[in-house]
Design a binder for this molecule. Structure first.
Ligand SMILES: N[C@@H](CCC(=O)N[C@@H](CS)C(=O)NCC(=O)O)C(=O)O
Length: 202
């Protein structure tokens, strides 16, 4: 049995979305932020004390992007996991790009403006992060001119990984009007039934 630990309101949401796209049978354990990630049984699976954690019939993995790439390589079909080494290189490129070039700034806005205790909020840091996001959004917007997808001609795990990270832009109400093509890509990806279902989970 495949088990995915982590509430959909965390980075586990992107793994739930991938599992739904893949159509595999799995059990969702909605581990939340109530201290459950610091319990010995959780730390045994992920010593970082974080979610998501995947248990694929005894193979334990953490790191959301690694989980998604693994799941798709193992269970993907019909091109959701790109067929060539070159296309998989491009898939990794965009997945790691989202995590390194965009996610830290999005998380900074979220924490510094919304979720940190009031005395630890920092509007200047949030505004700096907002400004820093202009460059990666422009990179994505430029790349998507004349393209519907990041790799090949169909929705792949590359699109999912990037859209799942950039979905935080909605949460933090980032103004993306300067990059309408990237914005349209994001809207269209997030509207997929698999994501709609995953995002309604606990
Ligand atoms: N780079 C990791 C980050 C994991 C992470 O920070 N998870 C957060 C939720 S989004 C978490 O588990 N926080 C709970 C805690 O720190 O107790 C990944 O993408 O999986």
């Amino acid at each position: 049995m495949i088990k995915l630990y982590g509430t959909s309101m965390s980075r586990s949401g992107r793994c739930l979305w991938a599992l739904e796209e893949l159509g595999v049978k799995y059990e969702h354990v909605p581990t939340g932020f109530d201290g459950a990630t610091r319990k010995p049984e959780h730390l045994k699976m992920n010593p970082n004390g974080h979610v998501p954690v995947l248990d694929d019939n005894g193979t334990i993995l953490w790191e959301s992007m690694a989980i998604n790439l693994y799941l798709t390589e193992k269970y993907g079909k019909d091109g959701f996991w790109p067929a060539t080494v070159e296309a998989r290189g491009r898939t990794n490129q965009w997945s790691f790009w989202a995590m390194t070039e965009a996610e830290p700034h999005l998380v900074a806005i979220m924490m510094k403006r919304m979720f940190a205790p009031p005395d630890q909020r920092d509007e200047k840091a949030a505004a700096n992060a907002e400004a820093a996001l202009k460059a990666p959004f422009k990179v994505l917007d430029d790349y998507l001119q004349g393209r519907e997808h990041l790799v090949g001609n169909q929705f792949t795990i590359a699109d999912l990984n990037v859209a799942s990270v950039l979905s935080l832009a909605h949460l933090v109400q980032l103004d993306t009007s300067a990059t309408p093509t990237a914005n349209a890509f994001l809207q269209k990806s997030l509207a997929r039934p698999a994501n709609q279902k995953a995002s309604k989970m606990k």
